[in-house]
Design a protein around this ligand. Structure first.
Ligand code: SAH
Ligand code: SF4
Length: 466
């Protein structure tokens, strides 16, 4: 079944290639723009890979493109507004070049109301498809090219979807790679649209994941991020008994000097085995992104998160006792329906107790068809904004203290390149901190030991050692 899907996709890619060769004198250009999380970035790499095989060359210049695709996000309202704003701006390009093909995909498109809006209000969008149906993109594009009839299909969105292995992929970076290990989410946090747009949780076969990791390392990747909405429940639907800690160990056993990262972890599934595996695997980065969302047990319950603030603090303690140098980061939602100032203060209390090196803070955004959308929300946006600022202020103090604590210390940094304006090298340490340092371009793509001498906001500065 899955192999049939793959060969069908490859067959349509070939057919499009023929059309492209006949239609264009020079290689046509395709622009793929990605919004939202790393899962989308990873999906876009497949789309780009397929486009290249169809005969397109990738471009970043919107006015030169013959094909434009926006891969959208739906996690907050702002992301949706931006997607519609951006796609609205393409109308002028379509008027100038009627042959331009405009496509949309991703989480926003996967919501029936948004698909309907595209259908009715954005007639120049020729192709729209949901998540979990990347392998059907070539077929849809082919049909549009042949019949010139718009194709709007989001049938994959809520469905479990098969995992089709082997689709072509264009890697944005040969140094830092995204490696999806699972798709979808079964957690149904009450505020979140992801389970509605990405469907049920399913894990890739561990053999495919390990084989892909081996290929990545062989082709020079030095920083591999395992992706999933809740990587800690990897393998639950598979029958081979390989869960996330085992998978980490298998990838850690691959020969070579590289780093393994993963995201995102849900605290309810962050097991002792996982922390133990992390601490015993030398290639696993000493960084854990563990979103706690709220410090109030009442709000955590309303969010359907299945842990308490004290469970969370216990996890942090366990992680730190096994890996004293681990850096922790988190996601937080301010202003969930029913949240009072006292609840908010409990969130601030957690950030003071844990001392995260970085926080991703969001003001609650109402998402259609989620349970939280029906909950009473009495606090004004202005008030939520004040709480938000208060939280940011507390975190700034903590971040500054953490950053200054690095001065004099040594970090192993993967050098990603040279910053054009300052001529400084930049990269990330294992703990995910950004570091700039002096040195020659030949350091690019290499691990460099750097002694930290200073910092500026969230970026550490240093000097290479030898
Ligand atoms: N699966 C991951 C990430 C999901 S989305 C996880 O569970 O950690 C990334 C972050 O966006 C979430 O952690 C949450 O903090 C935030 N988020 C999700 N839905 C939101 C909403 N409706 N309003 C505000 N923030 C939201
Ligand atoms: Fe959304 Fe919760 Fe699933 Fe994360 S775990 S994607 S926040 S439902």
């Amino acid at each position: 079944m899955k192999n049939i899907e793959l060969s069908k996709a490859l067959d349509y890619i070939d057919r499009i290639h023929e059309i492209v060769l006949q239609k264009y004198d020079t290689q046509p250009k395709a622009l793929v723009r990605t919004f939202g999380c790393q899962q989308n970035v990873s999906d876009s790499e497949y789309i780009k890979g397929m486009l290249e095989k169809m005969g397109y060359v990738l471009t970043e210049e919107v006015d030169k493109a013959d094909f434009i695709l926006y891969n959208t996000c739906a996690v907050r309202e702002h992301a949706e507004d931006r997607a519609f704003g951006n796609i609205g701006a393409l109308k002028a390009y379509k008027e100038k070049n009627p042959d331009l093909i405009i496509a949309m995909c991703g989480c926003m498109v996967s919501q029936p109301a948004a698909a309907e809006k595209i259908k009715n209000s954005y007639p120049y969008v020729s192709l729209a498809f949901g998540t979990n149906m990347l392998e059907r993109f070539p077929e849809m594009l082919y049909k549009f090219m042949r019949n010139r009839k718009r194709v709007i299909d989001i049938s994959g969105a809520a469905a479990a979807g098969d995992i089709v292995e082997g689709l072509p992929r264009h890697r944005d970076s040969s140094l830092k790679a995204w490696l999806p290990i699972m798709y979808g989410c079964n957690n149904f946090c009450t505020y979140c649209v992801v389970p509605l747009v990405r469907g049920r949780e399913r894990s890739r076969d561990y053999k495919s994941v390990v084989a892909e990791a081996e290929e990545l390392v062989a082709s020079g990747a030095k920083d591999i991020t395992l992706l999933g909405q809740n990587v800690n429940s990897y393998g639950k639907g598979n029958s081979d008994g390989v869960y996330f800690p085992e998978l980490l160990r298998m990838i850690n056993d691959i020969k070579g000097d590289f780093r393994i990262r993963f995201m995102t972890s849900h605290p309810k599934d962050c097991s002792d085995e996982l922390l133990k595996a992390m601490s015993e695997c030398s290639k696993v980065a000493r960084h854990l992104h563990l979103p706690f969302q709220s410090g109030s047990d009442r709000i955590l319950k309303a969010m359907n998160r299945h842990y308490t603030s004290s469970d969370y603090l216990t996890l942090v303690e366990k992680a730190r006792s096994l890996m004293p140098d681990i850096s922790l980061t988190s996601d937080i939602i301010v202003g969930f329906p029913g949240e009072e100032y006292e609840d908010f203060l409990k969130t601030v209390d957690i950030i003071k107790k844990v001392r995260f090196s970085m926080l991703f803070t969001f003001i609650y955004s109402k998402r259609n068809n989620t349970p939280a959308a029906k909950m009473e929300d009495k606090i004004s946006e202005a008030e939520k904004g004040r709480w938000f600022d208060e939280l940011l202020h507390e975190q700034e103090i903590i971040s500054d203290e953490i950053m200054s604590g690095f001065i004099g210390k040594e970090l192993r940094v993967l050098c990603e390149g040279v910053k054009p304006k300052t001529n400084l090298l930049y990269g990330r340490a294992g703990n995910n901190m950004s570091v700039t340092f002096s040195g020659g371009e030949e350091c690019t793509s290499k691990f460099v030991n750097v002694k930290i001498t200073d910092f500026n906001h969230t970026v550490l500065k240093g000097e290479p050692i030898n």
